[in-house]
Design a protein around this ligand. Sequence first.
Ligand code: SAH
Length: 337
Amino acid sequence: MNFYEHTLESLADEFESLGYKRFNARQVFTWVYKKQMHDFSRMSDIPKPLRAYLDTHYTIETLKVASRHESRDGTVKYLLELDDGERIEAVLMHQDYGLSLCVTSQVGCSFGCRFCASGLKKKSRDVSSGEMVRQVLTVEAEEDVRITHVVVMGTGEPFDNYDALMDFIDTINSPYALEIGARKITVSTVGVVPGIERFAEEDKQVNLAISLHAPNDTLRSRLMPINEVYPLKPLLESVKRYIEKTNRRVTFEYLLIEDVNDSLSHADELSDLLRGINCYVNLIPFNAVEEFNIKGSKDNQHRAFYDRLLKRGIRATSRREKGADIDAACGQLRTKS
Ligand code: SAH
């Protein structure tokens, strides 16, 4: 098994069941994550038989890099190979606040949003928690950097792979591992209501983003098939409960697609829909996907939509696109090879 599949808790459980101390897990985590020691036999403060046990039962490798593409704006897209040969992408972005990695949660995606390239390849399997951790470690090692922010916005639906997602967050957040603050971690969901409900019960300060993209059910169902299962009413009710429970503001992502969802009346409808919810809307420019015959909104329409939301009392931000020239922008991730 790969060592990175363990959370601190699961490793401590294993050590305890073998007759060792739970705190040995903290020591081993510190060796692996803080001192980057990948040779169990050299972990000097660990009992010798435990070192031997680890050595025979665990591998401790990052992921194979299949290719690396750097965009003109400095965004770097990695094509990574998993142990069974499946390939996934991870994207490193330089933000003014730090270095952010966009992590993939499933190999392919079966949600079939009409505008998203990731859905062109159906899900073949989930990405394990260790494989998500290894995306972070691989890019850190390759670039010789420390990643400060993680967004689970790569290929796949994180709430369709819930337990692995939570284990991943646990490890990157752990003070004995990568120590990335919860507030620097964002999970983006297509709107899987049971996932939002569960997430509300976790005692974590992780950010939640909801891919909304339309202000009414007719349009949203046309763009996102998941809306037939979880329409706007139950979706927004679950978001309100999440906010009540966690006291955290949520982000609604809204992709601006020309002549589809970008008119000022759509902006008005969106304002009415979200009024009173502690949120802000992140307006995302649509990134071209060659298979789809849809276009992003023109700049002036984007600005007009943004202004209208503000005028209607809805907080909004506008996300700049990054890495479009290397097919690394939102919704462009897929494995062409
Ligand atoms: N399944 C999750 C996370 C992966 S998608 C979700 O749906 O949120 C990450 C974000 O990229 C989502 O908001 C998605 O709607 C958006 N996206 C998909 N295709 C896009 C495209 N072509 N241009 C811009 N954003 C896109």
